[in-house]
Design a protein around this ligand. Structure first.
Ligand code: SF4
Length: 253
């Protein structure tokens, strides 16, 4: 899961060095240990900075899947509007499944890429149930691995979308990585700078503290939107600057 074998000792100077924990009496950390310690520190700093989370909403897994597909390459506002329009035009998922693609496109146009997203959504609905109202209720009977593999078998459903369904609809402790989170984890030194999304999803399993996926996911996205922006990160006002490998030198406390 990491570049070096798990038992190999390393002490590369990165943001890991700022994490306060060491493994066993001050011995050098393995790189995997150091990255996991960094993520625990990030979790702690973000919780202190952002405070308590709002109550966790719940929604059926199929609703979350469709919303996440709609959200690809657009804003939250456009996603919400498209989902509302879709449910207003087609109150049941079987009506969406049986509708012409052009009618679905019209309903979701505010989310953009409607000509790609409409047939993608309809194809998934048709694969779920040929007779009754389509549902993803069977996911609750599956373990995380089986549920992710099942969701990722649909065209247009990648690791992030599948994990969003498990995290937000089923309350599973899995960690979706969007563009904000990938950028921040690379800058922090928690993931290699050239890592892609698929490998990042595999590697991060060993890094996110148990039970903390939901809180870390939401808070890192908030940080990516407000502080660690793509072009001009505001390191001077970042709660993670003391732990970050790429903090600008003049931003370090
Ligand atoms: S210190 Fe700067 S680069 Fe590091 S996470 Fe914060 S804003 Fe991003």
């Amino acid at each position: 899961m990491i570049d070096e074998p798990s038992g190999r000792r390393t002490h590369r100077r990165t943001g890991h060095d700022t994490a306060s924990e060491t493994s066993g009496g001050g011995a050098a950390l393995t790189e995997g240990d150091a990255r996991a310690a960094l993520m625990r520190e990030v979790d702690r700093l973000l919780e202190a900075h952002f405070g308590p989370l709002d109550p966790r909403p719940s929604a059926p897994p199929l609703d979350v899947l469709v919303q996440t597909i709609l959200s690809q390459n657009t804003t939250d506002t456009n996603t919400r509007r498209a989902f509302r329009n879709l449910r207003a035009a087609f109150p049941t998922w079987s009506l969406v499944r049986d509708a012409p693609a052009s009618a679905i496109e019209d309903a979701i146009r505010s989310a953009g890429l409607a000509r790609t997203k409409a047939p993608r959504i309809r194809r998934i609905l048709r694969a779920l149930d040929a007779a009754g109202d389509p549902t993803l209720a069977s996911l609750s009977q599956m373990g995380d691995g089986a549920a992710l593999a099942y969701l990722e078998s649909f065209t247009g459903v990648g690791p992030k979308t599948a994990r969003c369904v498990l995290l937000f609809a089923l309350g599973r402790d899995v960690f979706p990585i969007d563009t904000h989170i990938l950028r921040i984890l690379r800058r922090l030194g928690a993931l290699p700078p050239d890592v892609g999304a698929a490998r990042a999803h595999r590697e991060v399993v060993a890094l996110v503290p148990r039970g903390r996926a939901y809180a870390l996911h939401l808070r890192l996205i908030a940080l990516g939107r407000r502080v660690c922006r793509p072009a001009k990160p505001s390191c001077g006002e970042c709660p993670l600057r003391a732990a970050c490998a790429h903090a600008k030198p003049d931003a370090r406390p």
